[in-house]
Write a new protein. Structure first.
Length: 208
C-alpha cells in the first residue's frame, strides 16, 4: 500500500511541475509577442553619426610599411527616435587606410542618449610606427604626393536600447565615416598651429 501511495504522489508532483513549466513558457511567449509588437509600433531607427572635422597633426610613412599619425576628430551622434533611448556601453574609434588599421583604439566614455538628443565627441586617434602591408605604405605615400588621402574613421562597440522601463541586451555596433584629407592647397584646410583642420561634415554609415 505504501509503495502505491508514493507512486501516486510522484505522478501528482510530476503533473504540477509540467503544468508550471507550460504556464511559464506561455507567459514568456506572451511577453515576447508584446515586446515585438511594441518594438514594431515604435519603429526604431539607428542613430545618425556625422564626422564634423578632422585636425591632422601628423600623417606619414617611415620605411615602406610603418605609418605614424596623430589626428583629432569631432564626431556628432543624434538619436532620431521619439520613444527609444540609446545606451552607448562601449565605443572605440580608430582610422583605417584601404581596410587596414593605422591607429590604435581610442575609447569614448559610456553615455546615455535620450530621445532626439545629440552628443558630440572630440577624440584623438594616434598611431606610432603602426605596421601595414608594404603596398599600403607605398600607396599612402603616392596618394599624399598626388594631393589627397582617403581614410575611413571607424567606431566599433556595443549599444543597448531603452523602451520605457525595458532595456535590451547588448548589440554590436559599427560606424564608418569616410574622410578625405587633401594636401597642397591652402583652401582645403585651416592651419591651426602646426596642424591642419579639415571641415568635413561627412555622414557616416551605421550598422547594428
Amino acid at each position: 500500500m505504501s509503495e502505491k501511495k508514493c507512486d501516486h504522489h510522484k505522478g501528482k508532483y510530476g503533473r504540477l511541475v509540467r503544468g508550471f513549466l507550460a504556464g511559464l513558457l506561455v507567459l514568456l511567449f506572451i511577453l515576447l509577442v508584446v515586446f515585438l509588437i511594441t518594438w514594431a509600433v515604435l519603429q526604431p531607427k539607428k542613430p545618425q553619426f556625422v564626422l564634423q572635422d578632422a585636425t591632422v597633426y601628423a600623417l606619414n610613412v617611415s620605411a615602406p610599411n610603418f605609418v605614424s599619425s596623430t589626428i583629432s576628430l569631432t564626431i556628432s551622434s543624434r538619436n532620431p527616435n521619439d520613444n527609444i533611448g540609446v545606451y552607448y556601453d562601449k565605443l572605440d574609434v580608430y582610422a583605417t587606410y584601404q581596410d587596414q588599421q593605422i591607429t590604435y583604439y581610442t575609447a569614448i566614455p559610456p553615455t546615455y542618449q535620450g530621445h532626439h538628443d545629440v552628443n558630440v565627441w572630440s577624440p584623438y586617434i594616434v598611431g606610432t610606427n603602426v605596421p601595414v602591408a608594404p603596398y599600403n605604405g607605398l600607396s599612402l605615400n603616392q596618394d599624399a604626393a598626388d594631393g589627397s588621402i582617403v581614410l575611413s574613421i571607424k567606431i566599433d562597440g556595443r549599444v543597448r536600447w531603452k523602451v520605457g522601463t525595458i532595456t535590451t541586451g547588448d548589440y554590436h555596433f559599427h560606424v564608418t565615416c569616410p574622410a578625405l584629407i587633401t594636401f597642397g592647397s591652402p583652401n582645403t584646410g585651416i592651419t591651426v598651429g602646426n596642424a591642419i583642420k579639415y571641415q568635413l561634415v561627412q555622414s557616416c554609415s551605421v550598422s547594428v
